[in-house]
Every structure is written in structure tokens, then in C-alpha cells.
Design a protein around this ligand. Structure first.
Ligand SMILES: [Zn+2]
Length: 147
């Protein structure tokens, strides 16, 4: 799972990933290449960018909705996996090559991408706050038990 800093880094740099070729070029070390459904071409076509880490070599992230998926199987279809897990992704719903977008469509997509990013960050912050509240509650309980 990406941290807030990683999500922010991705959001800020993935504006260039509207371009299929840019996405496809990130899959140089992708483990699935032939005789399978999730080739670099199909991954990039479905909006994914390869963003591996040391422990997770097959992490792919949608440049638009920042959905992160790992544990790919050769038979997985990138487009339908993306659609199943992020049905409101603006990139999937638009289904148009970026070179065919009007300026107005592009800015509306960027607005949608920003909104999606902010929602993901807020959800992560809420989880962090709940964890912190639980931690403080445990400390207070143990203090009361000592008295
Ligand atoms: Zn997406």
C-alpha cells in the first residue's frame, strides 16, 4: 500500500501518464511478458503504470485514480480488473486517447484526477486518526487500571 507521500509523488508526476507510450515504458521489468493476459501493452492500455518496490515487484497503479494492484496472475485482464475495483475511474469512463481530448475535456479530467487524489488522501488520514485515537485510548485505559 502506498503511503501518503508516495500517492502525492504519483499524483504530481502522473500528469504525463495520459500518454500510452509513457505508461508502457514503465513496464521494462514487468514479470509477465508473453503467453498471458497482463502484458505491458495491455497494462498500459488499461491505464496502469508499473511502480515496483523491493518487496512488491508487480505493483501497478492507475495513473488517474491511483488504484494500486499487485499479485497479478497471468490470466488477469488488466482492463476488467481495473473496472471491477475502480468503476468510477475517469480514465476508464472517458475511454478516449489523450490526443483526441479537447482542452475543456482535459481540464475536466485533471479536476477529476485531483478530486480522486484528495479523496484517497482524506481516507488515509481518517484511518491514521482512528489508529491514533485507539492508541491514546489504550494508554488512558492502562493509566486508569494502575490507579
Ligand atoms: Zn483508474
Amino acid at each position: 500500500m502506498a503511503s501518503i507521500d508516495q500517492l502525492t509523488e504519483r499524483f504530481l508526476t502522473y500528469n504525463k501518464m495520459y500518454c500510452y507510450n509513457q505508461r508502457e515504458q514503465t513496464f521494462v521489468d514487468w514479470p509477465f511478458r508473453e503467453d498471458c493476459n497482463c502484458t505491458p501493452e495491455k497494462m498500459a492500455k488499461a491505464g496502469f503504470v508499473h511502480c515496483p518496490s523491493e518487496n512488491e515487484p508487480d505493483v501497478a497503479c492507475c495513473f488517474f485514480c491511483l488504484l494500486e494492484l499487485e499479485g497479478w496472475e497471468p490470466d488477469d485482464d488488466p482492463g476488467s480488473e481495473h473496472g471491477k475495483r475502480s468503476p468510477n475511474c475517469g480514465f476508464l469512463l472517458k475511454n478516449k486517447d489523450y490526443t483526441e481530448l479537447t482542452v475543456s475535456e482535459y481540464f475536466n479530467l485533471e479536476k477529476d484526477r485531483l478530486k480522486t487524489y484528495i479523496n484517497r488522501i482524506i481516507r488515509k488520514k481518517i484511518v491514521e486518526m482512528c489508529d491514533e485515537a485507539d492508541r491514546i485510548l489504550e494508554i488512558l485505559k492502562s493509566m486508569l487500571e494502575r490507579e
